[in-house]
Design a protein around this ligand. Structure first.
Ligand code: SIN
Ligand code: FE2
Length: 218
């Protein structure tokens, strides 16, 4: 049997997967643009290199981080905060490349969050074994805006719970190009990343990059 739609590619029905109230997994959302996105990340990283920051408790994070946008997220013995300058160089953070901003805005809209204007994009690099413990993203003043998260490179197990630390998080496998959006009732949900399994990604080699876009100021 044939019909009018036979020449359209199949739309997998799990491409839009609600994972919690106000939170959606958009599988493959960034895949089509991945070459541009990766080039943009490389440009940022040459200006503001990835670095392992200290936690306020004095531990060195296994994830290497940097930022772009008018604000960047920083951690040191004084605490977690957003800053207009990269503490390593004293310079402003690199501007947020247009293709990254556009992707974040499209993903936010797709998940039901219109008019998303992030000031910060935090870039996380995981090598095998690197992990991110369960935490809430709560250093932003504007909790009405969602967090947009783009995964590139090696797959990871993403833990996503609720705003209560007592609730056991669900586990989601995130692969290259996947986007997760969390806002509304899930804006302060606990989340984290299990230790990265070893592997080789065709474009990124033995690493995973994650970009999170954040609206900081009200
Ligand atoms: C984060 O919570 O900042 C990053 C999450 C991820 O790497 O998927
Ligand atoms: Fe986070």
């Amino acid at each position: 049997m044939t019909d009018l739609f036979d020449d359209l590619p199949p739309v997998p029905d799990d491409a839009y997967t609600p994972i919690a109230p106000g939170a959606v997994l958009l599988r493959g959302f960034g895949r089509g643009d991945d070459a541009d996105l990766l080039r943009a990340v490389e440009t940022v990283v040459t200006q503001a290199p990835l670095r392992h920051m200290q936690t306020p408790g004095g531990y060195t994070m296994s994830v290497a981080m940097t930022s772009c946008g008018s604000l960047g997220w920083v951690s040191d013995l004084q605490g977690y905060r957003y800053a207009a300058r990269d503490p390593f160089s004293g310079q402003s953070w690199p501007a947020m490349p247009d293709c990254l901003l556009a992707l974040a805005q499209r993903a936010a809209a797709q998940a039901g969050y219109a008019h998303f204007e992030p000031e910060a994009c935090l870039i996380n690099q995981y090598v095998p074994g690197a992990k991110l413990s369960l935490h809430q993203d709560k250093d932003e003043q504007d909790l009405s805006a969602p967090i947009i998260s783009l995964s590139l490179g090696l797959p990871a197990v993403f833990l996503f719970g609720t705003p209560s630390r007592k609730d056991r998080p669900q586990r989601w496998r995130l692969v290259h190009g996947d986007v997760v959006v969390w806002g509304g009732p899930s804006r302060l949900a606990y989340h984290g990343v299990q230790p990265l399994a070893d592997g080789e990604h065709v474009q990124l080699g033995r690493r995973r990059l994650n970009l999170t876009f954040r609206r900081v100021r009200v």
